[in-house]
Design a protein around this ligand. Structure first.
Ligand SMILES: *Cc1c(COP(=O)(O)O)cnc(C)c1O
Length: 339
């Protein structure tokens, strides 16, 4: 059975052309720094995003962890959103592996961290307090690109207080395509950026951390410690390079389909569209109807993200076409009629 899987953009499978590229990849031992395809991927992203160096990591969670470990020492602190991936969804890795304390901040309605609240959270130099070292942002935020003015102001705040600024840019390319800017126009505000190749870009595995040569050197050391040193990883890096060549401009198709889905579901009785940005759509369904919704969608071979958050999430991606969107809209109308 072929599922229409809207749970996440992580579910994409490598295309035939991507598999070909992986087969053809030249490889070497990347722990020795000798895999030419990994080196090419790291260099390409560093050049594209305006950094000195890059480091291929097996996951976005690890790329963010390496950034935290490279920026912060034991007893340091990072300021981060209450619902941010780098705080809430990474198993507390910074605390577990780095003895780094998070200082979570409540998000504004648009997902930003109010900078006056961030400023208040920065601790004075005093042995009572952890040393505030880093601010972490996430772009896109639940699909929403962060405003460029906000990024500029966040950079200025960090400069005033001597903090480093890290971006969890799992979906940085979605933000760039939606904003109609080069990805480096976003990345330039940050000291380090992590980018996921395995989300909307459609690679099976992999993220890249970008930063200065010194920061990436430190991150490389922690990657080995964390067990993330991979050997002939060029097979995977080749998928990433293919994704960057062929799957960036088409993110606009995902955004268009998510918008079409939002518009169509807005007409379905009992479904409230709570928001749609780039490739993500959130809907509200009465809590007592959620189990029925899951059952109904299962029967229609549709998977949605139900039950992880208060809202139902639908994410468009490489493996979702126009016919799939039409099928999903029909399924929602049938669900409304059945209720
Ligand atoms: C997916 C994701 C990550 C990294 O996730 P992995 O599954 O570890 O690759 C980090 N941040 C955000 C916002 C994400 O969506």
């Amino acid at each position: 059975m072929d599922w229409i899987d809207l749970r996440s953009d992580t579910v994409t499978r490598p295309t035939a052309a991507m598999r070909e590229a992986m087969l053809r990849a030249e490889v070497g031992d990347d722990v020795y720094g000798e895999d030419p395809t990994v080196n090419a991927l790291q260099q390409r992203l560093a050049d594209e995003l305006g950094f000195e160096a890059g480091l291929f990591a097996p996951s976005g969670t690890q790329a963010n962890l390496l950034a935290l470990l490279a920026h912060c020492q034991r007893g340091d602190e990072y300021v981060v959103g209450m619902d941010a991936h780098t705080y809430k969804y990474e198993g507390g890795g910074a605390a577990v592996f780095g003895s780094i304390q998070p200082q979570p901040i409540v998000h504004a309605a648009d997902g930003t961290l109010p900078l006056e609240v961030v400023a208040q959270a920065i601790k004075p130099h005093d042995p009572h307090f952890a040393r505030t070292r880093l601010l972490c942002l996430e772009n896109t935020w639940h699909g929403r690109p962060l405003p460029h003015d906000y990024l500029r102001e966040a950079r200025a705040l960090c400069d005033r207080h001597g903090l480093a600024l890290h971006l969890d840019g799992a979906r940085l390319y979605n933000a760039a395509v939606a904003d109609g800017v080069a990805p480096r126009a976003i990345a330039r505000h940050f000291d380090s950026v992590s980018v996921c190749l395995s989300k909307g870009l459609g690679a099976p595995v992999g993220s890249v951390l970008l930063g200065t040569r010194a920061l990436v050197g430190e991150a490389r050391r922690w990657r080995k410690v964390a067990g993330g040193g991979m050997r002939q990883a060029g097979l995977l890096a080749a998928a990433g390079l293919h994704a960057l060549d062929h799957h960036v401009a088409r993110l606009a198709d995902d955004h268009r389909r998510a918008a079409q889905l939002a518009a169509a579901l807005g007409d379905v009785p009992g479904i409230a569209v709570a928001g749609q940005h780039t490739n993500m759509l959130f809907i509200d369904v009465p809590a007592e109807r959620l189990a029925a919704l899951r059952q109904h969608m299962d029967a229609a071979s549709i998977r949605l993200s139900i039950g992880y958050a208060p809202r139902v999430r639908l994410v468009t991606h490489l493996d979702i076409g126009d016919a799939d969107i039409a099928h999903v809209v029909q399924a929602f109308h049938a669900f409304a009629r059945a209720g």
